[in-house]
Design a protein around this ligand. Structure first.
Ligand SMILES: Cc1cc2nc3c(=O)[nH]c(=O)nc-3n(C[C@H](O)[C@H](O)[C@H](O)COP(=O)(O)O)c2cc1C
Ligand code: SF4
Length: 518
């Protein structure tokens, strides 16, 4: 059997030099006259170990990382093709603590399989969920998804089954499934990782959604900054179509489902579902007033399911192993697993899929290993640019939608960004207002005007001009934005601003003149 070498080809690993490793490995193989197959898998998500190269040996896979081009020659000298020892030797990948401690349901195949091999996908449990779905009635599928407790992973945490039921119950000549792959939140990369590392799971999830609701057409709306994901998804759709996974007779059943990949034009607000629909329709992406809900009147005025990539990619395992299996993980009303994306100033950055319920402290200190700089953690922003900054005092908060909401925070798309004690929280608050001003779609006044005024107020505070007055003003302004904005861009910008102000008040107090002069 010819040796098999796995070198990730996803954009995260590529950014860390995986292409140079692939080139060096190819050159070394040629020079030594060794025949081997190089598989460009996705990353397993332990980015601090990327580029992580794996070889398939008689005793299973053996990993090496992080590999540099200058390591490649010595890897061959050490007999890495049969798992030989080397300074980069990590052993069996699933025994690496960062990976071993995870509960991988949605990301089970990511990093393991060849992303564009449908045979590999099937050999690792792929299409089992869809096989089950084609033998069920739409309402039974919706029931399974509802009973699993799956909630939208895009940010709002809305129950997926209820959304699907609304579309199923709305009669129309045409319905759509739209996958939201705009992934604009800072520090998030789960959607990109799964699209690049296991694209068929998203296709399978969308197809199940189509069969469950009576929709025959799907669109995947991917942000333009993700060219690799776009390319992989397009190829995967073609392969699925040729194999009869998509098309007029899905897996030989009477159901038909087809899909297309569409590329966004680069606006954060186009991740908001109604702005996304406008953008898909070829218009400028602007938020629509609700009602009507997209489930009643969505894309081109037809009933539409809009779900995040991870929500849809979690459906196949539910349909394969059953609602009770999935629901068994998690806590409270947050059921199943969540791919937590650990980023920012952190030692072990990467994607960590776990059941809901770990505390923020466990995630940051135990899994993330604290800051990369070695300085104390000062704050953690959870849930993207609209998420709150949590101080260490809130590290006992479990990763659960309700627990975070109770502390005036949100889980959002489960991205966490870590900051050390050199962070200036007044600057972070200003950044939140500035971000809102830049990305506002302009439809409503509290967001369009309020964010610009917010920047000005925080600038005056930084200049120590009537500080108490500015603090009262920004608090009032946040209140107006929170309750008066049409969508969560204006409505949630107060979360980072007010959490920074409430949890780190010292950063908002002027430095006494005498002290500053010292
Ligand atoms: C400003 C803004 C940006 C958003 N960006 C995204 C995004 O990039 N991806 C996403 O899935 N949801 C995003 N959302 C949430 C979507 O509006 C919507 O709730 C989600 O796509 C529904 O899918 P889910 O139920 O599977 O989470 C955003 C919301 C707002 C207000
Ligand atoms: S809150 Fe901002 S982004 Fe949302 S509709 Fe209003 S102006 Fe547009």
């Amino acid at each position: 059997m010819i040796p098999r070498i796995y070198i990730p080809g996803d954009s995260g690993a590529l950014a860390l030099g995986a292409e140079r490793i692939a080139k060096a490995v190819r050159a070394e193989l040629a020079e030594r006259g060794i025949e081997a197959k190089i598989v460009r898998n996705g990353s397993r998500g332990a980015y601090f170990l990327e580029p992580m190269v794996e070889v398939a040996t008689a005793n299973g896979r053996v990993a090496y990382g992080p590999v540099t081009p200058s390591d490649v020659k010595s890897l061959f000298d050490c007999g890495f093709l049969t798992g030989g020892h080397h300074k980069r030797w990590l052993g069996a990948p699933d025994k690496i603590p960062f990976l071993a401690r995870q509960t991988r349901l949605t990301f089970a195949r990511c990093g393991v399989t060849d992303p564009l091999s449908l045979d590999h996908y099937k050999a690792h449990g792929g299409l089992n969920g869809l096989q089950n779905a084609v033998a069920m009635t739409p309402s039974d599928i919706v029931k399974q998804v509802t009973e699993s407790g799956l909630r939208g992973r895009g940010g709002a945490g809305f129950p997926t089954g209820i959304k699907w039921k609304t579309v199923l119950d709305t009669s129309a000549d045409r319905k759509y499934i739209v996958c939201n792959a705009d992934e604009g939140d800072s520090g998030t990369f789960a959607d990109r990782m799964i699209m690049e590392g296991d694209p068929f799971v998203l296709i399978e999830g969308m197809t199940i959604a189509g069969i469950a609701t009576g929709a025959t057409k799907g669109f995947i709306y991917i942000r333009s900054e993700y060219p690799h994901a776009v390319a992989v998804m397009q190829k995967a759709v073609e392969i699925a179509l040729r194999a009869g996974v998509l098309g007029v007779n899905v897996l030989g059943s009477p159901n038909s489902f087809d899909m297309e990949v569409r590329v966004g034009a680069g606006a954060y607000v186009c991740g908001e579902e109604t702005a996304l629909l406008d953008s898909l329709e070829g218009k400028r992406g602007q938020v629509r007033a609700k009602p009507p809900l997209p489930a009643h009147k969505g894309l081109f005025g037809k009933p539409t399911v809009i779900n995040n990539v991870i929500s849809l990619a979690s459906v196949p395992v539910i349909m394969d192993k059953g609602a009770a299996f999935y629901k068994d993980f998690g806590m409270g009303r947050s059921r199943g697993t969540i791919p937590i994306q650990i980023a920012g100033n952190v030692k072990y950055a990467g994607l960590y899929e776990a059941a809901f319920g770990m505390t923020l402290g466990e995630i940051v200190d135990d899994i993330g290993g604290g800051t990369a700089t070695g300085r104390p953690v000062k704050a953690v922003q959870v849930g993207g640019p609209l998420g709150a900054y949590f101080p260490r005092a809130l590290f006992d908060t479990p990763f659960d939608y309700e627990a975070f909401a109770a502390k005036d925070g949100l889980i959002g798309h489960a991205g966490i960004v870590v900051f050390d004690d050199s962070a200036d929280m007044l600057k972070q608050a200003r950044f939140a207002m500035e971000f809102c001003a830049l990305e506002s779609c302009g439809k409503c006044t509290p967001c369009r005007i309020g964010s610009t005024r917010g920047v000005e107020v925080l600038d005056r505070l930084a200049e120590n001009i009537e500080p108490e007055k500015q603090i009262a003003l920004v608090t009032d302004l946040c209140n107006t934005m929170k309750f008066g904005s049409l969508c969560a861009l204006g409505g949630f910008t107060p979360y980072p601003v007010m959490s920074a102000l409430n949890h780190f008040p010292d950063d908002f107090r002027p430095t006494p003149v005498a002290e500053a002069a010292e």
